[in-house]
Design a protein around this ligand. Structure first.
Ligand SMILES: [Zn+2]
Length: 348
């Protein structure tokens, strides 16, 4: 193998709150950064700060307005909402580009829906097969694959000669939801995720110096303090606008001459912004979440700008690691930056 060859491992720790990164909650990540001569950074997520818009951005390098996955659920031309896995990306992914260049790639995810969301069938291989939980596989409280199922597949991919490995470990996201962000139970899961990262580090180091590892999260998480959700249905009725919840945010679809006035009449709404033509992200005050009346809250949620914070760390002993680490802050990286960096390293 020539010395100048570089492989990329891009690993998402889903919902891992960047502020918990420290030597007591993430000792492996902390030590791996130190050994690599790098520092964990924080960068901005795209809004809403939910899993699918951000993962679609990771592999395309563009904002939701361009790739089309504006939320975990998306309003389609027939007026129906569909799950993000069924939407299809409007632009090529890093997998498409890597394949076109004659290189190899694989996608290994714990949240099986990400196979559809991230265009995983365009990778050389993907797991789980067809984005479905394999028979008998263990799942977490949200029905996604347990990281004990995902990790061995990820380690095999890291140990292989595949040029690009994109992985996702799901446990921190589910833990933040079901236990709340500041709970001991969530902290225990963050520690366990960091321990799994130790196995990834060992697999990378066993290969020598050929791998640049990018470790990110897609969003943070915030506590829900008021169980009853903010329900936008009454205020939007008869306006021609429609909406769908996205945790501590929501998407409002359509245009209205007095949208700000309508939303201004809703208690505890904190703000809004436009994510795409005719697509508005709105969010609540701290402690509030948005949903249809009668749905039970979970202790932790995300979606609002308060949770639009991503971990951004680069580790490994390949010479490109230092340059990339230096540019994260200097060049103002955000969620859209990574696909271009993967391409810059891998493609001729
Ligand atoms: Zn989540």
């Amino acid at each position: 193998m020539p010395d100048d060859r570089v492989r990329v491992v891009f690993l998402v720790l889903d919902g891992m709150p960047a502020p918990v990164v420290s030597d007591d909650v993430t000792p492996v990540l902390d030590a791996w950064c130190t050994a690599s001569g790098t520092t964990p950074h924080t960068v901005a997520a795209v809004l809403p700060a939910t899993t699918y818009p951000n993962h679609a951005t990771f592999v395309t390098g563009v904002a939701p307005a361009e790739h089309g996955i504006v939320g975990n659920h998306v309003l389609c031309d027939d007026g129906r909402f569909r799950h993000a896995r069924k939407i299809g990306l409007h632009v090529p992914t890093i997998f498409d580009r890597v394949t076109a260049a004659g290189l190899t790639s694989t996608l290994v995810v714990g949240d099986q829906e990400l196979v559809g969301v991230m265009g995983g069938t365009g990778a050389g291989s993907h797991w789980p097969p067809d984005g479905r939980v394999p028979d008998g596989a263990g799942t977490d409280e949200h029905g996604y694959l347990h990281d004990d199922e995902t990790l061995p597949v990820l380690l095999d991919a890291v140990a292989s000669n595949v040029d690009l490995v994109v992985g996702q470990l799901n446990a921190p996201d589910t833990a933040g939801h079901v236990h709340g962000p500041t709970s001991d139970a969530a902290r225990a899961v963050y520690l366990a995720t960091d321990a799994r990262l130790g196995a990834v580090r060992d697999a990378v180091e066993a290969r020598g110096r050929d791998t640049v590892v990018m470790i990110v999260s897609d969003h943070a998480v915030e506590a829900v303090e008021v169980a009853a959700p903010i329900d936008l249905t009454p205020v939007l009725e008869g306006t021609g606008l429609t909406w769908f919840p996205e945790g501590s945010a929501a998407l409002v679809y359509g245009e209205h001459p007095d949208l700000d006035g309508l939303l201004g009449g809703v208690d505890d709404l904190a703000g809004s912004t436009t994510a795409a033509p005719g697509v508005h992200v709105v969010w609540g005050e701290p402690g509030r979440w948005l949903c249809f009346d009668g749905i039970d809250a979970e202790p932790g949620m995300h979606g609002s700008p308060r949770t639009a914070v991503q971990l951004a760390a680069v580790v490994g002993t390949h010479p490109a690691v230092h340059d990339l680490d230096a540019r994260i802050q200097r060049d103002g990286f955000d969620a859209t930056s990574w696909a271009g960096e993967m391409a810059r390293l891998l493609l001729p």
